[in-house]
Design a binder for this molecule. Structure first.
Ligand SMILES: NC(=O)c1ccc[n+]([C@@H]2O[C@H](COP(=O)([O-])OP(=O)(O)OC[C@H]3O[C@@H](n4cnc5c(N)ncnc54)[C@H](OP(=O)(O)O)[C@@H]3O)[C@@H](O)[C@H]2O)c1
Length: 284
């Protein structure tokens, strides 16, 4: 697969999002392990997760645990795989998502993720979402401390606006490795953040790049031009969407979610799909 970089690390241009394997509608654990292994076999070296990818209150880190299990059973070199997790969201078990950006909480959440992943240091740790009750500099300050202590190798933020990206870059002393925001053909309002990351040389990881769980399959029905261009190349509209965002900047690394091996195998092929400039203009 074509490679991209996050800070000084090379990763495949298409990553895997772990959320569909652990939240409402998730498959049985074996299908999830098969999906992660299929991704690894297809050349995926970036897997995105979060401690909050679970359903019930007593299974925090459900997705991190699955990823650790899959990496342990896979015959390949797990040291080449960047597992990117997050802290700052919580799921109390009633279907809701809450935020907690308290620095002490974030530090203990990172410790717990580290143990579940079974590593000495987390590859990439991302502050999941700003908490309106906690000053942003305090939450990002906790991420900086984790970096300084060697508990995490790279630091990222998620759901951030341009001011927060600049602020985080300053708090981290120029060590902000990635920004993860929602971006897809359906949801384009993170274009300014994508452009800023491009300018600053920071990796931009579009979340829900296919429009989100339960909607990704209908992308070609929603956008006829994605279906038409896909047909011309003999590929899925989902591949066209991923290739379209890859073409926006060399710093873009989409993380399509999957809960079936076939989905991620298809998505990975987008890394090698070359769209023409006319097609890119048409896709917008
Ligand atoms: N930072 C944040 O706040 C945040 C928020 C949401 C998500 N995320 C991250 O971003 C990742 C991606 O977002 P998402 O999972 O919400 O949405 P998504 O990637 O837009 O859509 C996921 C769905 O797409 C389907 N799919 C994947 N590849 C496909 C293909 N080539 N053709 C047809 N269908 C395909 C999968 O179906 P199957 O399940 O049938 O395989 C999956 O359920 C998440 O998994 C998570 O890691 C982060």
């Amino acid at each position: 697969m074509k490679q991209r970089t996050i800070a000084n690390l090379q990763v495949g241009a298409i990553g895997l999002g772990g959320m569909p394997m652990s939240i409402e509608g998730r498959p049985d654990p074996q299908r999830s392990i098969d999906t992660i292994v299929a991704a690894l076999e297809a050349g995926v070296t970036l897997i995105d997760t979060a401690d909050a990818y679970h359903i019930h209150a007593d299974e925090v880190g459900h997705n991190e645990t699955l990823i650790a299990q899959a990496l342990a059973t896979w015959g390949g070199d797990a040291s080449q795989v960047l597992v990117a997790t997050k802290g700052g969201h919580q799921r109390p078990g009633d279907g809701s998502w809450t935020v907690n950006g308290d620095p002490a909480y974030l530090k203990q959440a990172a410790e717990a993720s580290l143990k579940r992943l079974g590593v000495d240091a987390i590859g990439l740790y991302q502050f999941h979402r700003p908490d309106p009750k906690v000053p942003y500099e305090d939450s990002v300050g906790a991420i900086r401390d984790l970096l300084d202590e060697g508990k995490i190798r790279l630091a990222g933020i998620s759901n951030a606006n341009p001011d927060q990206i600049r602020q985080a870059q300053q708090i981290l002393g120029g060590r902000l490795a990635s920004v993860q925001n929602r971006f897809s053909p359906v949801f384009r309002s993170s274009e300014p953040e994508l452009r800023l990351c491009d300018e600053l040389g920071i990796a931009f990881l579009p979340w829900s790049p296919l429009g989100g769980i339960g909607r990704a399959g209908q992308l070609g029905e929603q956008f006829q031009n994605y279906a038409d261009i896909g047909e011309r190349h003999g590929v899925s509209p989902q591949q066209v969407a991923l290739a379209w965002m890859l073409a926006k900047s060399p710093h873009v690394i989409p993380i399509p979610g999957a809960s079936r091996p076939e989905s991620i195998r298809d998505s990975v092929r987008a890394a090698d799909l070359q769209l023409t400039s006319d097609e890119l203009v048409d896709l917008g």
